[in-house]
Write a protein that binds this ligand. Sequence first.
Ligand SMILES: N[C@@H](CCC(=O)N[C@@H](CS)C(=O)NCC(=O)O)C(=O)O
Length: 214
Amino acid sequence: MLTVWGRRNAFNVQKVMWLIGELGLPHRHIDAGGSFGGLDAPEFRAMNPHGRIPVVDDGGTVVWESHAILRYLAARYGTGTFWPESAAERSLADRWMDWSLATLQPAFMDLFWGFYRTPVEKRDGPAIRRNTERCAELYRLLDGALAHRPYLAGDRFTLADIPAGTTLFRYFGIDVAHAEVPHVRAWYARLAARPDYRRHVMIPFDDMKGRLDF
Ligand SMILES: N[C@@H](CCC(=O)N[C@@H](CS)C(=O)NCC(=O)O)C(=O)O
């Protein structure tokens, strides 16, 4: 039985839960992190020395780092579907995953924390404007990539769509100046038509507004 640790409102956990849903994998979910705590417990650190969520244990195989988990689960349970088999096609998915982790997610997190999670009186206006523009630039780049294909790696939904796609519910859900990105909006509508995106990613987050703690 697959076990997953991580609070459901954590962005990196949502990516993993979304894929687990898409794969239809039976699993046990354990809340951890944030107000649930538990990340400094020796048993948890023995699984993930970094003390971060998500973590999965699949019959004794323990994996941490959300994208390593996505790749592990897709390779084990979804090869040929969510993670293409051909090296060239797979690299299409991989590059969007890596770009998302290295570039889009940090930019979006700076905006989300600096604007949405920071109490109004503590906000840094110039930094918020810079981060808003940086995000707009990155979503415009995604818009270009999606102009001639419905999903990031081509004609079908793959792992490529999960990391960047997970940002959309929060990006379009916060009151900042959004980029004009019709193709990203159409892709968002395609993702939002998937029951597991709605179930695991479209989780209301207004309880986080103006709150820097968990
Ligand atoms: N690069 C790691 C980042 C993991 C990470 O920072 N997770 C956050 C939640 S999204 C966390 O553990 N925060 C501490 C907490 O929730 O208590 C991954 O992708 O899994």
